[in-house]
Design a protein around this ligand. Structure first.
Ligand SMILES: Cc1ncc(COP(=O)(O)O)c(C=O)c1O
Length: 404
């Protein structure tokens, strides 16, 4: 009865891309490679506590007043300078919008651009949270495969020729979620050239860009934008703390005006108290030094994961070798179904979990892969969990191809 009252976009018969992502396993031996959570032992809690105090002392009651829908101007200033330095994007605070996590930025862009049926290109696979945000606006998706250096531009151009009305392309160019792949600089430039030629908007989502283990961040796709058609999104979640719920975007011209209109209707403005505290944190602390600590920790964990994939997985399974970020992507032989394996044997018998590939494809049709996240686990735990997982994969492969 209630169902009839709901808008189609939240139809309970269609599972949300974000629901059931992280399987529950209460067993004490459980090891989860599913959630992409940062290592909370490294959260700068004390420094942030001080920053909140500083913000309150400096701003007094005004801190708690309504501000602007773009958000705290001082923080926007700092972020504009940061993306100038580390992303080669020449912009100012007037083009920056603070959001409730990067996730809100993605949803606002979808709300601003997409009518039902509008055509959208996503990388295949793609970030599940973006698919969940886009799904609400019922677009028509085209998935374009990834190569080791980012989206396959030939396949993209074929798709653009076949579907000249494509409006939006969504990409995670740096240490991609879920594959860990990074787009080459040449491709970033060529992608913008294609956007200019075929007249579409690029949504560049880059929360992991600072987390190249041994690299400085590459120029953003937005750095090559000549027509104001790239919307850049990033976040404090992966380099500071997700609980701050602070993301940000850089947009220009009519796109910026339209996004702000959608933002005002949605929540008027973001959380100024948190943003003043982040501004105080960035003023008093060296964020890059903090990021260096994260990079060293994640590099060690990533190395443990790659080593365990080499040690415990069958040769038939292939995997990416990320040099930054949170994730690794495993591709199994096509006869294996990562969803069924997870629920039928891997969780019940090995108490290990991952996120199956179906979740990262708009039509949920690729079943033989999965995403592994390593940032929240100690190297010994990674080794233990991957040993158990590898044994299960080997057994499944053996069962699928019995020796005669
Ligand atoms: C690619 C990507 N975009 C956006 C987000 C959203 O993060 P937040 O809303 O915490 O900034 C995530 C989080 O995992 C992500 O991986």
């Amino acid at each position: 009865m209630m169902k009839d009252l709901l808008a189609q976009r939240v139809n309970p018969d269609v599972p949300s891309a974000l629901s059931g992502l992280f399987p529950k396993d209460d067993d004490p031996r459980a090891i989860s490679f599913a959630a992409g959570s940062p290592n909370e032992d490294l959260f700068p809690v004390q420094a942030m506590h001080t920053a909140f105090d500083t913000a309150m002392i400096n701003h007094g009651a005004h801190l708690f007043q309504y501000q602007t829908s773009q958000g705290n101007a001082d923080l926007r200033d700092q972020l504009a300078r940061r993306i100038g330095k580390w992303g080669q994007v020449q912009t100012t605070r007037d083009h920056v919008v603070l959001t409730v996590g990067g996730q809100q930025a993605l949803e606002l862009v979808a709300k601003t651009l997409l009518n039902p049926g509008d055509e959208v290109v996503v990388e295949a696979p793609s970030y599940v949270g973006a698919l969940a945000a886009f799904d609400l606006y019922a677009p028509t998706y085209y998935g374009v495969p990834l190569q080791n250096d980012g989206i396959d531009l030939n396949a993209l151009e074929d798709t653009l020729k076949q579907h000249p009305n494509i409006k939006l392309l969504y990409t995670v160019p740096d240490y991609h979620n879920p594959t860990g792949i990074t787009m080459s600089v040449a491709k970033r430039q060529q992608l913008v050239a294609l956007a200019n030629k075929y007249d579409f908007v690029i949504l560049e989502d880059s929360p992991y860009r600072d987390l190249g283990y041994e690299h400085l961040p590459l120029p953003a796709v937005k750095a090559f934008d000549t027509e104001g058609r790239v919307i850049f999104v990033s976040s404090m979640s992966k380099i500071l703390m997700p609980g701050l719920r602070t993301g940000w975007m850089v947009a220009d011209g009519g796109l910026l005006t339209a996004i702000l209109r959608a933002r005002q209707a949605s929540d008027l403005e973001a959380n100024n108290i948190v943003h003043a505290a982040i501004d105080a944190y960035l003023t008093a602390n060296d964020l890059d030094a903090h990021v260096d600590i994260l990079k060293a920790d994640y590099q060690r964990k990533c190395a443990a994961m790659i080593q365990s994939l080499e040690d415990y997985f069958p040769d038939e399974a292939t995997f990416t070798r990320p040099d930054g970020g949170f994730f690794d992507w495993v591709t199994l032989p096509e006869e294996l179904d990562a969803d069924a394996l997870l629920s039928d044997t891997i969780i019940p018998q090995a108490h290990v979990s991952y996120v199956p590939s179906t979740n990262f494809y708009p039509d949920r049709n690729v079943r033989n892969g999965f995403r592994l996240s390593f940032t929240g686990l100690a190297p010994e735990t990674i080794d233990e969990g991957m040993h158990r997982l590898g044994d299960q994969i080997k057994a499944a492969l053996h069962a699928a191809k019995p020796v005669v």
